[in-house]
Design a binder for this molecule. Structure first.
Ligand code: NDP
Length: 297
């Protein structure tokens, strides 16, 4: 029987643990605050940001939101980040990506105070993650790591394949899997668009993390029997629904669930974990800033 990995349930546990941390911080007179910055007209980005604000409210994190016209000069975004870096009530800053083409994304990420970089994308935080001394783990791969842990998936000595090498998912995911640490110690192969014979790599994998951004790209026929399949993908495809589309992952769920030992659904798998881990990083940032001991979930 294939086990369906319930990201909603694990995320609810994380949120509950975060709410406890918020209470501990409140006892110490600290109210954690997350700033979201949106410089985009993209409806999906607007939705993501409003979901993050709702999540904050649910666990008692204060949220501050700044919207910048997508055509405004990059300097306006820089000034916003500089101001948020200075604010005592803001412990975490998230600039919703992608930013418009005329804005240098790397410059934006470098500008955020690394202590407030709850996405974990600042070069200093990337370096710390690679060195095995992470301050803030990027939310999506951290969420995957939590799912693997929650479902007792043995990573030590396992052959893992990460499909995708983006800075926000593939690379940090691989870095977490190879760490000499609990929920690490996997022998990890990172695949990308130039990989030759991806099927052969997948056929040997005990753990597959699919993050290619291609709908239903990984088919069950390529998987090893009993593999754990983590589907990071969120793709909108045309469908005869009220909205005119549906969300599908990077894995062909029907064929993969016939072969896999455990699998995440889309939606309801990695997505809720990404959101929960942002809250986790925000309370961690507040606790670090004010030197309060919290019991992170
Ligand atoms: P990117 O587009 O930045 O990266 C995609 C990666 O897939 C690239 O490294 C690319 O290779 C690789 N790739 C493309 N085609 C192939 C192929 N034929 N074979 C093997 N590898 C291939 O995407 P992201 O990492 O940002 O996101 C990946 C997916 O995850 C998307 O569906 C996104 O929506 C979703 N996502 C979901 C989140 C969640 O919370 N669940 C959070 C973030 C993203 P190359 O480098 O060579 O181009």
């Amino acid at each position: 029987m294939t086990e369906v990995i319930d990201g909603e349930a694990v995320a609810a546990d994380v949120r509950s643990g975060v709410a406890d941390c918020v209470a501990t911080l409140a006892d110490a007179g600290v109210k954690p605050g997350l700033a979201t910055v949106l410089m985009s007209d993209d409806p999906a980005s607007e939705t993501y940001v409003s979901m993050k604000q709702r999540d904050c409210e649910e666990v008692g994190i204060e949220s501050v939101h700044v919207e910048i016209d997508a055509n405004a000069p990059a300097a306006e975004l820089y000034k916003t980040i500089d101001d948020l870096n200075q604010r005592e009530d803001v412990h975490g800053i998230l600039v919703q990506l992608p930013v418009p083409d005329h804005v240098d994304k790397r410059g934006v990420l470098r500008r955020i105070d690394p202590e407030k970089d709850v996405d974990g994308f600042h070069p200093e935080n990337v370096g710390r993650l690679v060195a095995g001394n992470a301050r803030y783990k990027p939310c999506t791969p951290h969420g995957v790591q939590k799912l693997l842990d929650a479902y007792d998936v043995e990573t030590e000595g396992a052959d893992a394949v990460v499909v995708g090498r983006s800075d926000i998912v593939g690379k940090p995911m691989a870095n977490l899997l190879i760490q000499k640490a609990p929920t690490g110690n996997a022998t990890t192969t990172v695949c990308h668009s130039r990989t030759e014979d991806l099927d052969a790599k997948l056929a040997d994998a005990d753990i597959v993390v699919a993050a290619a951004g291609i709908p239903e790209f990984v088919d069950g026929s390529t998987l090893k029997s009993g593999a754990t399949v983590i589907d990071v993908g969120i793709n909108r495809v045309d469908a005869d629904t009220e909205k005119g589309y549906e969300l599908v992952g990077d894995v062909d769920y029907d064929s993969a669930s016939e072969v896999a030992g455990a699998i995440t659904p889309v939606p309801g798998g990695v997505g809720p974990m990404t959101r929960a881990m942002l809250l986790y990083n925000t309370v961690k940032a507040a606790a670090r800033r004010h030197d309060v001991d919290i019991d992170l979930p």
